[in-house]
Design a protein around this ligand. Sequence first.
Ligand code: SF4
Length: 208
Amino acid sequence: MKSPAEARKILAALEKHHPDADTELAHRNAFELLVATILSAQSTDRRVNEVTPALFKKYPDARALAKAEASELEALIHSTGFFRQKTRALLGMARTLLDEHDGQVPKSMDALTALPGVGRKTANVVLGHALGVPGLPVDRHVLRVSNRLGLVHSDDPVRVEEELGKLIPKKKWTQASDTLILHGRRICKPTPQCRICFARPLCDYAHR
Ligand code: SF4
């Protein structure tokens, strides 16, 4: 396990690789990001960004989405995969927003994860990127990269979120997650490119 000071140095090194780290899901507000993040499960951000312009035009808010015909929604999101399951999640989410939150996206982890189809990762993405509340989404890239670096030692996303949360100042959580995700996509891939990695001097995996 690294110290907070070591974690700071590692993140500073990774930020040099990815100064532009941010979510790659196109959105204009918390509702759109919530929809896009639900669609991103088992898909790619690029694929999601291809379908969301038409989706948001037709269903710009929870009220419109709650009234959508399942078959029309399925046709619009088909290419993102698991479209029946995602349609159920989107309709349930929109109806719950209407029934319990006046159509607005709530600003708390508990309220977000009570929505159909919304887990901690999705909730953290929306909190951190659209609601101004620090969130630390842990996806497969964050899991892989933070374990290799020696920042954490666990395959459990909730445990990793907790451990990273202790190592990293709260105000940096969202940027740290974005940076680890991009590092996992671009450099610390399943076959890592350690030779070009700025974090190599501090990385456990590179010194096994
Ligand atoms: S040194 Fe290698 S294993 Fe470590 S973070 Fe960089 S790319 Fe990943």
